[in-house]
Design a protein around this ligand. Sequence first.
Ligand code: NAP
Length: 377
Amino acid sequence: MAILGSTGSIGRQTLEVIQASDNLEVCALTARNNWQLLAEQAKQFSPQALALAEAAGVTKLAPLLPPDIRVFAGGGALDQLVRATQPDVLLSGVVGAAGLTPALAGIECGAALALANKEALVIAGAIVMPAAKKAGVDVLPVDSEHSAIFQCLASGKRSEVRKVVITASGGALRDWDDQAAAQAGVEDALNHPTWQMGRKITIDSATLINKAMEVVEAHWLFDLSPDEIEVILHPESIVHSCVEFCDGSVIAQMGPPNMAMPIAYALHYPDRADRRDTPLDLPSLGSLTFRPLPPRCRRAVKLGFEAIRRGGVAGAVVNGANEAAVGAFLDGRIRLGRIVELVEDALDRTPAVDEVTLDALIEADAWAQQQVTAAVA
Ligand SMILES: NC(=O)c1ccc[n+]([C@@H]2O[C@H](COP(=O)([O-])OP(=O)(O)OC[C@H]3O[C@@H](n4cnc5c(N)ncnc54)[C@H](OP(=O)(O)O)[C@@H]3O)[C@@H](O)[C@H]2O)c1
């Protein structure tokens, strides 16, 4: 398996899952610039190759490695590593648009794609899903909500599905009033009540743009129309999502709020891993609660539905605008409430394209980033 983004939250949890299993082997690991952790992981998992997306760290990394490990560095390093190692499974835990072309490289090589990097589908689901179908490879969701939907869908035929229900924890600011949430600081927004994740997705959870992206992700993964997708609030993060069938049955998937279970499901698919983790203790949970999204959350989630309805490069615009706006928020240059406004502005001005090609999508993502950067400046 190649683990892209092995130094991040998903990547580290993936390596824990691999360590706990006796039939999974690592062939490649990657980071952006965390060469120290990458070197430690290389010692522990003995991959054939490593990649660092920012070349600066490579002079420090190389002396720490055994001589037979290949190292790729700089722009395109992840794509090169995937092509050189030809993994059976490519797990992408890279954050942001940087995960797109390595995922496509994996599909080209015939690797099953275990995808945590939802941005690849938000930008270019129109390219990734047909490419996977043509190559005959599985796209296995790692996002817990989509892993849940994938598992629930096994309970019936596609023609029997009425809708999928994606659950949202509500993020760090779930119980804040609108005005306070709009002014929230970085530390407040990073203080997620139920999930330990990387910084970008934690901010995306606080703004609820994470759910907008998950709506687009569900559209591409499961070929769902906007009318077949609903998002509700579930603060405990135990029910990861549900599918309602035509007879009114609602099948839900439950698990603890960590990523080990969906990661293991994707890595062992179509089997289930025999894992020794503590299962859910239902009596100790007491009660689970569900409620409709409040208006502030609905406004953010609407961006996902709108991106699907508009089609073309709209998903790429939402992703690019959000990536730049989250960066500006984390740098202290805008308040939290501006993020959704900036993404809405960019989406309203989505450029028309003659044809939805990979280049057009990548350009639209970059265009939206520039629009937000200029607006912030
Ligand atoms: N964390 C979760 O629980 C969770 C749950 C569901 C879905 N996801 C999705 O999984 C993806 C990863 O999230 P995360 O929370 O694991 O993020 P993270 O902790 O920030 O880790 C990101 C990883 O990607 C690498 N990376 C960052 N920028 C890169 C670039 N430009 N080129 C190549 N590599 C780059 C990082 O390397 P460095 O360490 O060197 O910076 C790190 O290994 C995101 O798409 C997120 O939405 C995450």
